[in-house]
Write a protein that binds this ligand. Structure first.
Ligand code: AMP
Ligand code: TRP
Length: 324
């Protein structure tokens, strides 16, 4: 029997190289070896996106992004979170076992507080909804970037609490985080993130991608100066695309001097466009066949629902809301 993999992304805007290398590429690479579930976390997105046109547009966009990146709906169950309202029911059972101080330790909530924003109850409870997503499907592994590690730990803790309170019900999931791409840096060297406005969009236009690449922050060394590649934000992104020989020869050019930042950026731009072009073409196909995209989501919802049926019965029996 294959082990099960599950992960999701919030439809909150444009996906970027961090999402691709940290998460989506893993989903694609795992789809043969694992029984795979990939979803669009639209319930989670409502913590920030509160506009119906935007939410539904983003949801279809990210579905097309997934497909263009190589997710095969014959191999992967691709669905949207809100087609499984049972996750909110499970979130409630979990909420009743979760303490306020425990959730106060969650990074996303602490960040919101540090910015002296009043967090919504939805943001506060975000990790528990995510625990429900993972545990309801009996996931063995959760492929994500490093920023989601704590959330997977919350899911494990929650499984243990539930099992202790109501009897053995859930297995404990493991995060799957790839070391080299655990935190993909943005154009300023900090973690690439929509909220830091430092992204390189995966499906941007040539112009948007060029603009992002040309804005990568560097020091002021002249082209002739020898440079330390490991301190260069351009090199850090080159590394995502280059392996072995190619990477070593670029490293050498940095160290020897003679490679200017402008040339390094031009090379990166060319590399990016070559990399993205086949995916763009695939995405255009889906843009022109949007009914096919909707059908994939509908079929995914049916399969995901089928998959949780027995588990939901077990959960309700164990909690005691079923009267047999
Ligand atoms: P988000 O955009 O926050 O919904 O993230 C979706 C997925 O992409 C999650 O698995 C994140 O961990 C991953 N991710 C987001 N940004 C990065 C990054 N800069 N490096 C690696 N993974 C990332
Ligand atoms: N919190 C994740 C993110 O921001 C999205 C997400 C929601 C998720 N539910 C999940 C990821 C379950 C993995 C498993 O990226």
């Amino acid at each position: 029997m294959k082990k099960r993999s599950l992960s999701g992304i919030k439809p909150t805007g444009t996906i970027h190289l961090g999402n691709y290398f940290g998460a989506i590429k893993q989903f694609v690479d795992l789809q043969d070896e694992y029984e795979s579930f990939v979803f669009i976390a639209d319930f989670h997105a409502i913590t920030t996106v509160q506009n119906k046109e935007e939410l539904s547009k983003n949801t279809l966009n990210i579905t097309m992004d997934y497909l263009a990146c190589g997710l095969d709906p014959k191999k992967v169950c691709l669905f949207k979170q809100s087609d499984l309202p049972e996750v909110t029911e499970l979130t409630w059972y979990f909420n009743c076992l979760t303490t306020v101080p425990y959730l106060e330790r969650a990074t996303a909530y602490k960040d919101a507080k540090a910015k002296s924003k009043e967090a919504s109850v939805g943001l506060f409870d975000y990790p528990i909804l995510m625990a429900a997503d993972i545990l309801i499907q009996d996931a063995d592994i959760v492929p994500v970037g490093a920023d989601q590690k704590q959330h997977v730990e919350y899911a494990r803790d929650t499984a243990i609490k539930f099992n202790n309170a109501f009897g053995e019900t859930f297995k404990l999931p493991e995060p799957r985080i790839l070391k080299e791409v655990a935190t993909v840096p943005g154009i300023d060297g900090k973690k690439m993130s929509k909220s830091y406005s430092n992204i390189i969009p995966l499906f941007g236009t040539d112009e948007q991608i060029r603009k992002a690449v040309m804005s990568i922050i560097t020091d002021s060394k002249a082209p002739a100066d020898p440079k330390n590649p490991d301190e260069c934000n351009i090199f850090a992104i080159h590394k995502l695309f280059l392996k072995g020989e190619e990477l070593e020869s670029l490293r050498k050019r940095y160290e020897e001097g003679g490679l200017g930042y402008k040339e390094a950026k031009d090379m990166l731009y060319e590399k990016l466009i070559a990399f993205i072009t086949p995916m763009r073409e695939k995405r255009e196909y889906y843009e022109n066949n949007i009914e096919e995209v909707k059908k994939i989501l509908k079929e995914g919802a049916i399969k995901a629902k089928e998959n949780i049926k027995a588990k939901m019965e077990l959960i309700r029996n164990n909690v005691g809301v079923n009267i047999n």
